[in-house]
Design a binder for this molecule. Sequence first.
Ligand code: UFG
Length: 348
Amino acid sequence: MTQYNMGKILVTGGAGYIGSHTVVELQQQGFEVIIIDNLSNSHAGVVDRIAEITGIRPEFHRFDLIDWKETKAFFESHRDLSGIIHFAAFKAVGESVEDPLRYYRNNLDSLINILQGMKDYKVKNLVFSSSCTVYGQPDSLPVKETSPIKEAWSPYGNTKQMSEQILRFSVGTYGLKTIALRYFNPTGAHESALIGELPIGIPNNLVPFITQTAIGKREFLRVFGSDYDTPDGTAIRDYIHVVDLAKAHIVAVNRMISGGTKSDFEIFNLGTGNGFSVLEVIRSFEKVSGKKLNYRIVERRSGDIEKVWADTSLANGELGWKSEKSIDEMMLSAWNWELALAKSSAKK
Ligand code: UFG
């Protein structure tokens, strides 16, 4: 039985995709984890899976962080938190365009309630989930943390920009510390194939769409655009393994707890520093799965940027963190997860 000697961490959205992988890493490093999740885009069964992997069942609370009364009651009864990792948020770009107010209310009210709780109950440390979406199409690549924030392309992206501003102006005043982590394109799944991405309905993201096509849930993948200014004409992203990403959160938490931060509001890019085109991702998938993927080149998807990848030197140097897993490992773990899902649904 692992001894909890590192402190107690609240993980909001801990039943979600990145959240669940982070909970596993935290527990394996000796942190006690408490999850708050409203299960709006996740399943309670994920908590069982976490317990299966680590042998430790995290304390779990199901409620909506936009409800201040419930949030306050939680802080009231948990007065010994060492820090908070705030993942809980809506994240679908298209959905945010269809109902912007739902996105602003959810993503901003929940952050404000967390900050209010931190201020009132003297919790100092916050890790915030941000996104490379704040950069839009950067003027130069690889993109650095100091690159200008571009006009948002979607309400979702705007909530990440606004959240960073809310944090920037709040932390100093209330004596808090925040590390905002700007994720590039998280993908893959835990090596146990017990947790992974669980898209509800038709996936928007490339990798779940690839694995669902290969398993036969979708007829073919549409490759959005082949006339971009890239070597093979398809768009380029910086895909990062979700376990590498999760590990960076533990480093960030430790940095704050140990007093290692250089300012009360720090920002780090989390990517691999390498860009892959859609066709390169497909090739990697085909190689590791041994399956031929059915795909068709179609029109560009509106709102997509052409190419982006991270300058990771700040995270590498300051955090001492570096992504380790290759694109092939990302694809193989995503495929093993899809196979495991198919097996478990066949049993039902
Ligand atoms: N793509 C396809 N076919 C698909 C899905 C995606 O060709 O069916 C392509 C896209 O055009 C893009 C790449 O695969 O070139 C990656 O697309 P994703 O939807 O997986 O990821 P995005 O980069 O578009 O979006 C991600 C996050 C968003 C975030 C955005 C910031 O999912 O939350 O990065 O750039 F806002």
